[in-house]
Design a protein. Structure first.
Lengths: 379, 283
């Protein structure tokens, strides 16, 4: 019996491919300001989905529409098949963890966590039991009787999480969950959040401006800019296969160069890159035509730096204009004859003194990259 | 280098002296044994004894307290409602007009408020008599209504500014956890602003207790409040029993303010201390 229940939990926590939350053509205007513009997203049951973007990109407005604090100007939101139009925040199967945590200052930790349960039809004993379980989940049992101002920031964050999870919502919204924590605590808390999500199987939507946070936490993410969704995909897809300049530039660092298509053969395209002083080959994207202008992009860690000319189709020569040593890796800025400056990252895999490193200031070097590492962006 | 502190300290001393020497001298002369209010004739508490034997004074004091209690309570209820409306509902029809109406008594000269209130009461009283043959007199009710009107403004301002500082997300969190708006009000908003409500009430109470101008316009025969009584007595010359009466008033008001201050301060200080401890424990 117990084993069967456990198997059930495991199955429930696995990601279900059918859309559990459907955001259908949602727009939100404040007067003439378009906070969210025609956003459509499908989020699966049990996944951690991140909404990533800079401030004012509309991610928080979208979150508030999911919570029921704002009504969409246009479009509909479905949660588990139920249309949320006109459903007030207090009737939605959704709970939210606020950026400021928004703990009730006049209530103990225990009362905070139990607050949402007073609207649930359950016995007092069951209610107490649930609060106890929740506090155990976030490892705060010994702080049950403290007030929010008597605990630390990290503990407050966990109280907020426990409070939001106590009602067993179908969907948990997290607004910048780690923004108020210091760096060390953030890393720890990130994994703790993922662990808790795994245990409860709740669908999480996380709003964040921090790309690393989105990459680590999420199963899939939507990158937003000026109210629009620019790309949806797994962290790997979004990082390695960005579909437009905004996403490529927003996540991680990247070198851009203007280019034009010369020819396309199979899955390889030859492009003329004036800044690199010649032709480069790159993995083709669908719908390329000869003569088409586009952007070639290469991530710094995919550029190989060497003294001699490498035997690769994509190689450019330049002079090291700047070196940044970070310990585990080094950053090289290389100026090309065209005046363009490329950034290359190179791991310091070997233990070596400064003079023995691959290059230093004013060295002539070659930068090369594999055609598969070159990203062609048409938008 | 040394001149500045001396200069600053003497300005400070002069300022304080200007504020508090009159009150101090009043308190000292309330214990004066002589009949003259300004010539010292030895220590005595006879003016206090005389005061407590004076029915006129006791009646006036009781009336003042009743008016202050009633008007402060009603003003606090209405002012809290107005403050919440102004702080939490950012957009509603006539918001600016409402905000202006609520705060206007703050800058309106008291005499104007007094006269207009008086005219209004006369009008109402005439209407009541014409319509129902109901003869009304100005007194407790009219004074209380007038006091509610102007102290309401102060309460509204206090509540509004307290709510503006408060994190609205806390109220949203309660709604998110399943509370309907009125439950959010009861469980979250009111407890959070309760210190502001208390200080609003205290302020309304003191304002009502010492008001002369508006009271003198809205009072009627037989309804003499304490400040009005003092005012009319002083017109016949300052006597030591007035000093005694004023001293008692100062003590009562001062005590109230000090108690409220201590209550608010202690809660605040304990919070700060706890927050510091929690921070240090987790460093």
């Amino acid at each position: 019996m117990q084993a069967a229940a456990q198997a059930e939990t495991v199955r429930a926590s696995a990601v279900d491919p059918a859309p559990f939350i459907r955001i259908d053509g949602v727009s939100k205007y404040f007067g003439t300001f378009r906070a969210v513009e025609n956003v459509s997203l499908e989020i699966r049951k049990g996944e951690i989905f991140a909404l990533l973007g800079g401030s004012g990109c509309g991610k928080t407005t979208l979150l508030r529409m999911l919570a029921g604090f704002e009504e969409p100007t246009k479009g509909r939101i479905f949660i588990d098949g139920q249309d949320m139009t006109g459903v007030p925040a207090y009737d939605r199967p959704v709970n939210m963890m606020f950026q400021s945590y928004a703990l009730f200052p006049h209530m103990s930790v225990e009362k905070n966590v139990g607050y949402g349960l007073k609207h649930e039809r359950m016995t007092d004993a069951r209610r107490k039991e649930r609060v106890r379980e929740m506090l155990e989940l976030v490892q705060l049992s010994q702080f049950a009787h403290r007030k929010p101002h008597q605990i630390s920031g990290g503990q407050r964050q966990r109280v907020a999480l426990a409070r939001a999870l106590a009602r067993q919502p179908k969907l948990l919204l997290l607004d910048e969950p780690l923004a108020a924590l210091d760096k060390k605590l953030r890393e720890h808390t990130q994994f703790e959040l993922m662990d808790i999500q795994h245990k409860t199987g709740t669908t999480f939507i996380v709003v964040t401006h921090d790309q690393e946070e989105a990459m680590i936490l999420s199963d899939r993410m939507a990158v937003m800019d000026k109210g629009e969704v620019k790309q949806v995909g797994s962290p790997t897809e979004v990082y390695e296969y960005p579909t437009n300049r905004f996403v490529a530039g927003f996540i991680g660092s990247i070198n851009f160069a203007e280019a034009s298509v010369v020819s396309v053969a199979g899955d390889l395209a030859q492009v003329e890159v004036p800044a690199f002083g010649g032709r480069m080959s790159a993995r083709a994207v669908p719908g390329l035509a000869a003569g088409q202008a586009l952007t070639l992009a290469v991530r710094p860690e995919k550029l190989t730096i060497s003294r001699g000319r490498p035997d690769l189709p994509n190689a450019v020569q330049g002079v090291v204009s700047d070196v940044g040593y970070f310990g585990k890796d080094s950053l090289y800025k290389v100026r090309l004859p065209s005046g363009a400056v490329l950034t290359a990252h190179s791991a310091n895999a070997r233990r070596a003194a400064e003079a023995e490193r691959v290059a230093t200031w004013e060295d002539d070097v070659w930068l090369s990259f594999d055609p598969s590492a070159a990203i062609l962006l048409t938008a | 280098m040394n001149r500045r502190p001396v200069f600053l300290m003497s300005v400070l001393a002069f300022g304080f002296a200007f504020f508090y020497v009159p009150i101090l001298s009043m308190i000292v002369f309330s214990f004066n044994n002589a009949r003259l209010a300004t010539v010292w004739g030895g220590f005595s508490t006879k003016w206090y004894a005389k005061l407590f034997a004076n029915d006129q004074v006791l009646d006036a004091a009781w009336l003042s307290v009743r008016i202050a209690l009633t008007s402060a309570t009603v003003a606090t209820i209405l002012g809290t409602m107005a403050g919440i409306a102004l702080a939490r509902f950012r957009r509603f029809r006539g918001r600016t007009f409402f905000s202006g109406l609520v705060t206007a008594p703050l800058i309106m000269p008291e005499v104007i408020t007094g006269i207009s209130t008086l005219i209004f009461f006369i009008l109402i009283s005439n209407l009541l008599e014409a319509a129902f043959g109901w003869k009304t007199q100005r007194g407790f009710t009219t004074i209380t209504l007038a006091h509610i009107t102007f102290s309401l403004t102060f309460v509204t301002a206090i509540i509004q500014s307290r709510l503006r500082d408060a994190d609205i997300a806390v109220e949203e969190a309660a709604m998110d956890l399943g509370s309907r708006p009125w439950q959010v009000m009861k469980d979250i908003t009111l407890p959070i602003i309760s210190p502001a409500i208390l200080s609003g009430w205290l302020l309304a109470f003191t304002i009502s207790l010492d008001d002369v101008v508006i009271t003198s316009f809205t009072t009627g025969p037989g309804s003499t409040t304490l400040p009005i009584l003092i005012w009319s007595k002083v017109k016949l010359g300052v006597t030591p029993d007035i000093n005694a009466l004023a001293t008692i008033t100062v003590c009562v008001v001062g005590l109230g303010v000090i108690i409220a201050g201590i209550l608010l301060n202690r809660a605040e200080r304990r919070r700060d201390l706890d927050a510091q401890m929690a921070y240090r424990a987790n460093e």
